[in-house]
Structure formats: C-alpha cells, structure tokens
Design a protein. Structure first.
Length: 181
C-alpha cells in the first residue's frame, strides 16, 4: 500500500533575482531536509507549470526565514510561478531519519482533528498548522465559523491524539477571540 506524502514546506514569495524563494517550513529538522541535492515531490495548482519534483540547488537561512533555490528554476520569473507550491516527502523517507525522541506533528496529521477545551467543551476543528521561525501556530475553525490561531506548545495544546482524532486546547482567556471585530 503506497504511503501518504508528508508536507515539508510551502513555497512563498521570490527572494532576489536568482530563483530563490522563501518557504514556510513544516518539518522538524529543516537543516537536515533542506540540503543541496534533496528532491521533493510537488503539489501545485493545475496549469501552473510547476515540475512534479524539485531538486534543491541551495538552501540558507536569512534571519528566521529559509530561502531555497531549485535546479529547475533559474530566475525570479520561475520562482514566482512556484508561489503556493507544497513540497512533499513520502512518509517512509521521513520516518527513517526522524529522531525517536522528538515528537513532530505534520499538518496532514492534524487537519480535521476535533478541538476541545480541557473540560470537554467542543471548540471546533483543526484547520491548519502555520509554521514560523519562533513558534508554530495551530489554526482552529471554531464552532461559530471564525478562525483562531493558538501557539502550538504543550502548555496550550497539552493533548494531541491523532488516533482518537482530537486535540485539547487550554487557551488563556481571550486568545480565541483575537482578531474578531
């Protein structure tokens, strides 16, 4: 049975003129994943002309952002066409080099999990995982239709039960109301 690919990164905007792009990382070990010669499958909108796979030509950090360049993309014009493309890795390859001590959650594992508060009250469901240099954020679609982002740390999300299809979110007062008018 073929394995489900795992999201490693999502490509953002171009950086400079030589084909570099910013990436939103969804991996526990970007230093190990983003190396020269690493190959990723791609998932992009139909008709964009994005190749089915991309090979890393160079990778570097610029402040808190990863910048990648690919062998198949020589310039800024090509880099612009990659915006929104997802870089994927089959889970067998991901599992072989994952540290057994580290617990890493991939967006694909979390999407659709039901979110509850510590007392068991339904909050909504997980709608995404936003990675950032400082701290990942869990995106929740609340029962009233609004979205909220919470820091994806054990103090606020103490339970992640993928098998049971649920998370527990112990949000400080007001956190789920941020961004509402």
């Amino acid at each position: 049975m073929p394995s489900e690919p795992l999201l490693v990164a999502r490509i953002g905007k171009p950086h400079g003129l030589l084909g570099e792009v910013t990436v939103q990382t969804h991996t526990d070990d970007p230093e190990r994943r983003f190396v020269e010669g690493a190959e990723f499958s791609t998932l992009a909108a139909a008709g964009t002309g994005v190749p089915r796979s991309l090979t890393v030509r160079s990778a570097r950090r610029h402040n808190t952002v990863w910048l990648l360049a690919f062998e198949q993309v020589p310039d800024r014009t090509g880099a612009e066409s990659l915006r929104g493309t997802r870089l994927l890795l089959d889970d067998a390859a991901a599992a072989t080099d994952q540290d057994e001590e580290a617990q890493a959650w991939y967006e694909a594992d979390l999407l659709g999990l039901t979110a509850y508060d510590p007392s068991g009250v339904l909050l909504g469901e997980v709608a995404g995982l936003e990675a950032s240099g400082a701290q990942d954020r869990l995106v929740l679609r609340l029962t009233d239709g609004h979205e909220a982002q919470v820091p994806f740390v054990e103090a606020i999300v103490p339970v992640v039960d993928v098998q049971g299809r649920r998370v527990v979110v112990d949000a400080p007062p007001g956190l789920l109301d941020l961004g509402r008018d």
